[in-house]
Design a protein around this ligand. Sequence first.
Ligand code: SF4
Length: 266
Amino acid sequence: MLDRYSRLINYLRISVTDRCNLRCRYCMPEEGIRLLRHEDILTYDEIAGFTRVAVKSGITKVRITGGEPLVRKGIVTLTGMLAAIGGIHDLSMTTNGVLLDRFAGDLAKAGLQRVNVSLDTIDPEQYSFITRGGDLNDVLRGIEAAKKARLLPVKINCVIHESPDETNAIEVARYCRENDLEVRYIKEMDLEEGRFSVVMGGSGGNCAGCNRLRLTSNGKLKPCLFSGLGYDVRTLGYEEAIKQAVGHKPQRGRKNINDSFYNIGG
Ligand code: SF4
């Protein structure tokens, strides 16, 4: 499907939860978050049902995100339900890797093709500081498990302040070279200020070529990360929500004061 600016929209990012087992400083507020009510979260049947309709409309690439997708119960089952939908050529997941060691094998068997893992530093103290208490070893074990399960290529999402020349970024790059991993640098973003840039080594943030829609865990279909627009798939119905989201997709992102990263999935 094409939007008003003749961009091919073929990529759906699905946030399956607003919950996370980490508290990264650039994502989660110190005081914690007000979690969505259980009944507001889309069921697996709703997510699969919506995705089936989205694929019929032209979506060929699907990414499972969060919060942290691996904290949602039955995530392997959902992955299998999505993998069973014909027409999805690329099924991937973005995870913080903390639980990946436990799930990698089952996710691969269920049909997941590849993963992106968040890793901003390979210094254990820095990692614990950035994530407010995370254990770096969990993520490194998770990355090894993903490689072993052949969820390839394993890509590393490294958040930077300004430049890949920052110490943490240089060390992550070296770790990636030594472990046959692809690194992508994501400059810290701010939804309310409308601060974002093109992902270095990736395609995010390039408005002129933007191909994506985002489904939030509480069923809002968002045409753009840096816009407050969102179309409720439960009240509008799947087809109409897709039509509205693609029809109103902005030419470029501005700012978003309605949402937070942890419930859109970046
Ligand atoms: S800001 Fe919006 S239009 Fe630009 S790349 Fe991101 S989602 Fe696409």
